[in-house]
Design a protein around this ligand. Structure first.
Ligand code: HEC
Ligand code: HEC
Length: 405
């Protein structure tokens, strides 16, 4: 069966409509996708949101609000459920899809509560209300991922692979307690690629992550993910039936040209970093050992990123319980600090959005960053403020006026 996307342009944004063929990347990003006349086309059968914009609000990330009673509300936080080795739940797959097209049950909804853990720090607890299937599987771990702001994605894309490899010190040969390692992604039949996007560096190219997002988060197909049933597994019969259970074919919702157009839009969300004088404590407290200020680009220049793009063991406080790719539960990619997320309302920090501000984010650092965190704690009040203000300024860089927006 021929597959189309029913492109109903959100008139509230531009007050006009465009057919799928003529859409710009910005329009694709804001589009509320729908399923076509049958659920076998377009959105779903199961999905998290109908648009990129729903989670990456105006190119930003998750918006999370903690209510006084501890209830966590907002948009753009996903739940992953995997075994420790990263393989997905046998019934639900690796991601909990909380929405579905008509006639199909969604998988379930994750209710989040903020738990005070002392020192003014908060962690998020998830409890899932399953709406279909057998419910929780023994041995499955649960972990949250907040949509990151797409404010550094374009800059990360420019870094040369050699520069990432050069920063790695997996055996900690320089004996500083910090041993970053490259996340090598295995690609069947091809040379491994260097992971650089997402909280655990699980995608190598913007295009790869855009195709992942379309498929995992929205159930839209592309050459990289042609299966029309999206992330529904062989045990989810109503989902398979709704998708027609077709053999993958080349008629996908997003062909490579459309993936390229949407990826160009993501890259257009770049910032031009505003770097104030770096306080001595940024180096003395070893922040710069992971949040490397400048990285070399593939075209021989350099880009201010404040990340080495390597995986680091961040200690049990920041564990995801399950791994991803070859990243272990406690390994995370150093988050680039440049961006515009510092100016976004309800944008919180760290991989699940648990940190309300920069001070809290630093105080969650453990593992390889334990000594760095301790050095931060030992700073005087004014010195702490100088350091966090410096980081906040990096995160409040101006977006480069984007094209076609
Ligand atoms: C349901 C919420 C949700 C939707 C919808 C969504 N994303 Fe995301 N996005 C996320 C989360 C969560 C991550 C982090 C995933 C991880 O770390 O594994 C992410 C990561 C990304 C990244 C990596 C950014 C970086 O610099 O590392 C890009 C690029 C991205 N998304 C683009 C898109 C695009 C384009 C769309 C629409 C096709 C989209 N996303 C739809 C939640 C969402
Ligand atoms: C061993 C490497 C390492 C060191 C040292 C380190 N960081 Fe980090 N930093 C990380 C990683 C990895 C993350 C992502 C952790 C997560 O989200 O769970 C992170 C996250 C952050 C964040 C949150 C960013 C966001 O947008 O979510 C801030 C802010 C931050 N670091 C600042 C600092 C400062 C300031 C220092 C020095 C006091 C420091 N870090 C030292 C590796 C490091």
């Amino acid at each position: 069966m021929k597959k189309f996307i029913t492109a109903i342009f959100v008139a509230t944004v531009f007050g006009t409509s465009a057919s799928a063929q003529e859409m710009t990347g910005a329009q694709m990003f804001r589009q509320n996708w729908t399923s076509a006349e049958t659920a076998s086309d377009g959105l779903g059968p199961i999905f998290n949101e109908a648009s990129c914009h729903a989670c990456h609000w105006f190119g930003g990330g998750a918006r999370v609000r903690v209510r006084p009673d501890g209830e966590v509300a907002g948009a753009g936080v996903l739940l992953r459920h995997t075994f420790v080795d990263g393989t997905g739940d046998p019934h639900y797959g690796v991601q909990l899809q909380n929405k579905a097209v008509d006639g199909v049950e969604p998988e379930g909804v994750a209710d989040l509560t903020a738990l005070q853990v002392g020192d003014g720090l908060t962690r998020f607890l998830a409890s899932v209300r399953f709406a279909s299937g057998p419910g929780r599987t023994a041995g499955i771990t649960m972990s949250l991922r907040a949509a990151p702001a797409l404010d550094s994605t374009a800059l990360v894309a420019r870094v040369s692979p050699a520069a990432i490899i050069k920063g790695a010190d997996s055996q900690d040969k320089n004996n500083d307690g910090i041993s970053g390692r490259v996340h090598l992604l295995q690609v069947p039949g091809e040379r491994p690629r260097i992971g650089r996007f997402n909280w655990k560096a699980t995608a190598a190219r913007v295009e790869d992550q855009v195709a992942n997002a379309l498929w995992f988060d929205m159930g839209l197909t592309s050459p990289a993910h042609p299966a029309p049933q999206g992330e529904c597994t062989s045990r989810q019969h109503d989902c398979l039936e709704a998708s027609g259970n077709q053999a993958p074919d080349l008629t996908v919702d997003f062909d490579n040209d459309r993936i390229a157009t949407l990826s160009d839009h993501v890259r257009s969300l770049a910032v031009s970093p505003k770097i104030q004088e770096q306080p001595q404590s940024f180096t003395d407290a070893m922040c710069s050992s992971c949040h490397t200020p400048y990285m070399e680009t593939s075209d021989g220049g350099s880009v201010a990123l404040f990340s080495n793009l390597l995986l680091h063991n961040m200690g049990d406080g920041l564990t995801s319980y399950g791994g991803e790719g070859s990243a272990s539960p406690t390994e995370w990619r150093t988050t680039p600090l440049v961006g515009f997320r510092g100016q976004l309302p309800d944008h919180r920090l760290l991989h699940d959005g648990r940190a309300a501000n920069i001070d809290e984010a630093i105080r969650w650092h453990g593992g390889e960053a334990q000594a760095s965190r301790d050095a931060y704690i030992a700073l005087s009040g004014p010195e702490k403020l100088k350091l966090t203000s410096f980081v906040l300024a990096l995160m409040s860089s101006m977006p480069v006026p984007s094209q076609g927006d």
